[in-house]
Design a protein around this ligand. Structure first.
Ligand code: ARG
Length: 587
């Protein structure tokens, strides 16, 4: 199924072609002025330029052809040659009827046959997740859902930070504390204990201490660097310790992401490409893509005409350690070998833009990216009410699980205020509060264009009115309850009819779902889905307040209106699902 705008475009393009004009100019889009028309086609203006003719005269000719098509209820020319279009109610009805029968609700399948790796989450082993990782997780998850819905074959990879200096810092701190001496004993040949000498809680205490020690004392930093290089070079005891860090961190991270409903196909990390590193470096050396510079091995990526300085990508430092850029490059090799994707999309903080530019240039220069397009989808920061990166009340870094607890508590308060769920079991009530809390968080994050910084205003984002996650959940729950009552009263649902202004607007919004899914994918912009869901809920609410539904005496009309309710619910739930937001059974 295609959207109505796509269908009308085909009609207009045929009219352009019949007039001997470039058919690609016949694009029909949803009108920017819904008060004047449902759709518009602006192609007569560029067509006139090409043909050196009068745009209004061209518009007249196109309009005359469109008027012969029974799809249109109105074909009008406005201004210098814009064509304004309305379709008939019968046309809307048949399309809405078809959408109601389509399990995919007309979702575009343009991604069929294409594969994408989406790299998001990116938490670091042994460090708690913070709100910076939250944005990557929430935006990345929405994009993986959207790409899949559009037909792409998506593999998501969490790409954990598990190979850098923080590993050496942890190891050397544990050595200093004498916590697990056998891992440091050069004469011990294994096997090492299966149980980790440290828990996640231990790591959360040890890492900040280790990092502080390295900041205060250059000798400690040197030790940590050495431990990092030795770990990477394969020292057995260090590798065994590292395995434990990874395993205990993964359990904690899986629990946190799981509670947000976020899942990854692959749990790889920087370290997982270690076996590819030496052969890759050897190859880059042999082909002279990499070169020696002050004891390090680098790939030069600067180009003439660069507006900003573009430093070379450092592959291997003079002490033998590899860096973030080296593991990212080897990860491209790994992904091309295992998935051969058409696209690798990195959903990472915009502040890492230069890093990705270096990696992408290096990969292309070395021909490592296969057929894959490499793209960084960056995002801005989530700030607190003071306009600075979100902190706890005490001024510390806000951890993700504290944030989830905070939004859940706020949701619970709001439910009480609104008198919702007062008579539910404590268990159901807690589960609703959690869903509403997470919707607050995710919608707040997704409703802004990803590159803009935003202020997380809990009081505003947790309201049941306005453009919020809880409002949309509530809208869906309300439709569910109408349909439940209808079923209890034995009312049937039928094919929707479109007669009133409210029904028309609701139908048009429902039918534009494929368009928004396409553009949101193209721009990597889940905020467009948020706008869509909000408008849909508003159109529904206007329809609901102007029409009798359950109380409609005409059985056929009641069934048709229930049909519209049902399609609205399916569509709203689908879009919320693309945003990673669940709808409670009741509220
Ligand atoms: N671990 C990194 C960080 O916390 C993010 C990783 C992003 N992905 C990547 N392939 N570099 O900043």
């Amino acid at each position: 199924m295609t959207s109505l705008a796509v269908e009308l475009t085909a009609v207009a393009q045929a009219a352009f072609a019949a007039e001997g004009l470039s058919p690609e100019l016949g694009v029909v889009q949803i009108s920017d002025r819904p008060d004047l028309a449902q759709f518009q086609c602006n192609g007569a203006l560029p067509a006139a330029k090409q043909a050196k003719a009068n745009p209004r005269a061209i518009a007249e000719k196109i309009a005359a052809r469109l008027k012969t098509n029974p799809l249109f209820a109105k074909v009008e020319i406005a201004g210098p040659g814009f064509i304004n279009l309305d379709v008939t109610d019968a046309a809307l009805e048949s399309r809405v009827g078809a959408a109601a029968k389509d399990t995919r609700l007309g979702a575009p399948q343009a991604g069929t046959g294409k594969a994408a790796v989406i790299d998001f989450g990116g938490a670091n082993v042994a460090k708690p997740m913070h709100v910076g990782h939250l944005r990557s997780s929430v935006i990345g998850d929405s994009l993986q859902r959207l790409f899949r819905a559009n037909g792409w074959n998506v593999v998501s990879d969490v790409h954990l930070g598990d190979w850098g200096l923080q590993m050496g810092q942890l190891i050397s701190e544990i050595g200093h504390r004498g916590l697990a001496p056998i891992y440091f004993d050069p004469n011990f040949t294994g096997p090492y204990p299966g149980e980790s000498p440290v828990t996640m809680d231990d790591l959360e205490e040890i890492y900040p201490a280790a990092s502080a020690a390295c900041k205060a004392d250059p000798a400690r930093l040197e030790e940590a660097r050495k431990a990092t290089a030795e770990l990477q070079a394969g020292r057995h005891g260090y590798r065994a310790l590292w395995q434990h860090f990874f395993a205990v961190s993964r359990i904690g991270l899986e629990r946190e992401w799981g509670s947000l409903g976020i899942h990854f196909d692959l749990w790889k990390g920087e370290a997982s490409v270690e076996p590819l590193m030496a052969p890759m470096i050897e190859d880059l050396n042999a082909r002279h893509v990499a070169e020696e510079s002050e004891g390090a091995l680098v790939i030069r990526v600067a180009r003439n005409g660069d507006k900003k300085e573009m430093p070379p990508l450092i592959l291997v430092k003079s002490d033998g350690a590899v860096l973030y850029g080296s593991t990212d490059l080897a990860t491209i090799v790994d992904r091309v070998r295992s998935q051969n994707p058409d696209l690798i999309l990195y959903v990472v903080d915009q502040r890492q833009h230069q890093h990705f530019e270096q990696v992408f240039r290096a990969a292309r220069k070395a021909g490592l990216n296969g057929k894959a397009e490499l793209e960084h989808a960056g995002f801005g920061t989530m700030n607190g009410p003071d306009g600075k990166p979100f902190k706890t009340r005490e001024g510390g870094v806000m951890k993700l699980y504290d944030l989830i607890a905070m939004v859940t508590e706020e949701a619970d308060k709001r439910l009480t205020e609104a008198g919702l769920g007062a008579d539910y079991s404590a268990e159901e009530r807690a589960s609703i509060a959690k869903m509403v809390g997470i919707a607050t968080l995710k919608f707040a994050d997704l409703s802004n264009y990803r590159l803009t910084d935003y202020i997380f205003d809990l009081a505003r984002f947790s309201k049941f009115e306005g453009k919020t996650g809880p409002y949309l959940q509530y809208a869906a729950v309300r439709i569910q309850s109408i349909l439940r009552k209808a079923a209890e009263e034995g009312h049937k649902t039928g094919a929707p009819v479109v007669r009133s202004a409210e029904e028309r607007k609701l139908a048009l919004q429902l039918l534009s779902l494929p368009d928004v899914m396409t553009t949101a994918e193209e721009r990597r912009a889940p905020n467009m889905l948020c706008d869509y869901a909000f408008t849909l809920a508003q159109e529904f609410s206007r329809f609901y307040s102007e029409h009798h539904i359950l109380s409609e005496a005409d059985t056929a009309l009641r069934a048709a209106r229930l049909g519209l309710c049902e399609l609205t619910l399916k569509t709203l739930s689908k879009v919320l699902d693309l945003l990673g937001i669940e709808v409670p059974a009741r509220m």
